[in-house]
Design a protein around this ligand. Structure first.
Ligand code: DP6
Length: 402
């Protein structure tokens, strides 16, 4: 083979989704392997609205492993990045040693260049590490010809990342083994299962930078007896009920469990010493709005959940989206005329009845919410076949347009 062909890099680009937990993961029993103290369940969000794109290139001519995140070169020695790289290379070597004839082993010793971007602002406060590590692991696996179960590797990048390895409704089974081999994600239902389900990411104007999940949950595990009770006595049963609600597409049951679990997670944060506050005044107002809206109709039409920050993620059914979005706009009057307030899936206009406004009866909070991203459940990681979409050029450096 001519020399320049040998030096030509192998380039693969993939995308991966964000997921939002409706039964929360909070607390590890093993920090290194990222093994949780309870199982969790999430909905994978659609990549048309929220995704990470990652390009990985390998070449004999690369001197070292390198990574660029959102246009900036970052430190490749980050321990969690190293875990993912090491595990994928280990699996690739294992396949080669087991004599898989389809495996092209020439690239195994080559260095990698990694380039990754999000199509959503970091300010949206969405756990970009989940989509990021899922995308990294999925793309590396393609480059090194590794197939099969990969969620156990994504988990070692960030716990919640293992759930982004599948589309639709996904559980992360905590497992029992010391080595974590049984702590894996599994699809409960595909994204086509519940087509009417809609998700609104409600981006609150942030007041401060919250405590990161990794250190927050460490303090909770050390100090909160409520967290211990939750993990041992609440979540196991709740997982069974949630899976059942999802399978039956029982919105009221799904919604109630989602809100209760979010509330209990934030209660464990308050029970942490010193306490952690993730919810803001705006978050509390969104919670009131949801409960008053549901009460007005005498049924559970809308649910909220909050992660380690003030943004709400709302679940509802397609038919209720226009009115509920209008209610959000009414009680959180935006800066703009509503033009940029709603991003993602189009939302048609609905009128709010005076009766509903009175029924909710909250004092409007101007500019409390920056915007809403309207989305639905979506698929797991995908390969991008179009080579013009690669984020790295054939010299292995990021495209200038980034
Ligand atoms: C509140 O997965 O970000 O979003 O495993 O330390 O990387 P590490 O934590 P991370 O924690 C996510 C916590 C959560 C709940 C959830 O997604 O289940």
């Amino acid at each position: 083979m001519p020399e320049n062909n040998m030096d030509k890099p192998k380039i693969v680009t993939c995308t991966a989704p964000v997921n939002i937990a409706v039964i929360k993961y909070w607390g590890k029993r093993n920090e290194e392997l990222i093994l949780p103290i309870n199982s969790s369940l999430s909905v994978t969000l659609h990549q048309d609205q929220l995704k990470t794109t990652t390009t990985v290139a390998t070449s004999r001519s690369f001197q070292e492993d390198r990574i660029w995140l959102n246009g900036k070169e970052e430190d490749i020695t980050h321990p969690r990045l190293q875990s993912c790289l090491r595990e994928i290379r280990r699996l690739a070597r294992k396949r080669r040693n087991d004599g898989d004839p389809s495996l092209d082993s020439t690239g195994l010793s080559h260095k990698v260049h990694i380039c990754s971007v999000n199509n959503f602002p970091t300010a949206a406060g969405l756990a970009s590490s989940a989509a990021g590590f899922a995308c990294l692991v999925y793309t590396l696996a393609r480059v090194f010809g590794v197939e099969g179960e990969l969620s156990g590797i994504a988990r070692q990048g960030s716990g919640s990342a293992c759930r982004s390895m599948y589309g639709g409704f996904v559980q992360w089974i905590m497992g029992e083994k010391e080595d974590g081999k049984d702590s894996l994600a599994q699809q409960v239902e595909p994204q086509t299962h519940w087509p009417e389900l809609r998700i609104l990411v409600v981006v609150a104007s942030a007041e401060r930078k919250p405590v990161g999940s990794t250190s927050g949950m460490q303090t909770s595990v050390r100090t909160s007896c409520l967290l211990k009770h939750r993990a041992q006595s609440v979540v196991p049963e709740r997982m069974v009920e949630m899976i059942d609600a999802v399978r039956r597409k029982d919105f009221p049951a799904f919604a109630e469990l989602t809100m209760k679990d979010s509330n209990q997670f934030h209660a464990t944060c308050l029970d942490t010493y010193p306490p952690i506050f993730y919810l803001s005044r705006v978050s509390h107002q969104v919670i009131s709005l949801v409960h008053r809206y549901n009460k007005h109709y005498g049924e559970t039409r809308v649910a909220y959940t909050f992660d380690a920050g003030p943004n709400a993620v709302i679940f509802t059914l397609e038919q209720h989206v226009p009115e509920f979005v209008q209610a959000v706009q009414h009680f959180f009057p935006p800066d703009t005329n509503g033009e940029d307030f709603i991003k993602g899936l189009p939302v048609s206009h609905a009128a709010l009845s005076e009766e509903l406004k009175r029924g909710i009866g909250l004092e409007p909070m101007a500019k409390g919410i920056n915007y809403i991203i309207s989305t639905k459940a979506g698929p797991g990681p995908c390969v991008v076949e179009d080579p013009t979409q690669h984020l790295l050029l054939s010299d292995g450096l990021p495209k200038k347009t980034m």
